[in-house]
Design a protein around this ligand. Sequence first.
Ligand code: PEP
Ligand code: MN
Length: 340
Amino acid sequence: MIVILKTGATAEQVSEVKSFLEEKGFSIHFSEGVEKTLLGAVGAPDQDKELLKGQLVAYPQVEDVHIIAKPYKLVNRDFHPDNTVIDVCGVKIGGPEVVVMAGPCTVENPEMLFETAQMVKESGAKILRGGAYKPSTSPYSFHGMGIEGLKLLREAKGRTGLPIITEVMDTRDVDLVGEYTDIFQVGTRNMANFSLLKEIGNTRIPVMLKRGMSSTIEEWLQAAEYIASRGNYDIIMCERGIRTFETAYRNVLDVNAIGEIHQRSHLPVCGDASHGTGRWQLVPSSTKAALAAGADCLMIEVHPNPRVALKDGAQSQTFSDFRRLMSELRPLAEAIGRSM
Ligand code: PEP
Ligand code: MN
């Protein structure tokens, strides 16, 4: 931490701040300029820096405090330089192969799920997605089939061999959903639901943490740190689009975030252009952008007939759209030294 003292701080005031920091276990490096005195405080890694900053700025002689260390350690690449590779029933996420997770937004009935599962598998997807518990902005829209949806996902896995990813929204459902799923999905609306993150952190089931639609990179990584702090390190970071001033599409897929997470963290990153755009016409190009930006996996919503989809029809790929997209992604993956 660097503490900047106000111009004119007396020797007594400087030593008051110095003593405060030393009591917390820091060693102090002084830097006295013509106008300002800076105190560099180092060597107390376990102190809560945000808390200390709040206390320090309460001293009238303190002008500002800069925290240097990142507030996340377990998910920080500085401490774990090697990429994390997550094994989901033999499918490796975070390695050289780019993994496609595809399926309907929501499990609607057995036929549409099994048909979609079969088709995405034949086209090269490695993981089946489908919501049984659906978050919604409106309390009046469809909220998923619940346990019946989970059972159908299990049957689809039995038929195709594809591992499952499905959302869990409530701490009370973690055990139940955990019996069925191979990857928990934490949705954008729950990224900062810290009780849910802790509960999932207590399991050893991989989790895909979607970025909150209005969350910064740092808040998102701190949410991941919550999960890791409970001992579950199998976390996939999913960029799914953020809110901006633009209203032409549902969200703006923040392609920068994919590279930024790779810079800061060892965790694998997923790009979800379905939610990231909200429009089926834009999903292929933005999925390619995510792949080119370094995504380790790609999430794509697919529906046999988006015109009757109970959710997210506007962003769902038809079967023929999906097949075409998969065939276009493969050479792109190879061009950047990856496989699909
Ligand atoms: C979903 O994956 O269908 C979903 C609801 O995602 P998000 O949380 O990103 O909106
Ligand atoms: Mn959806």
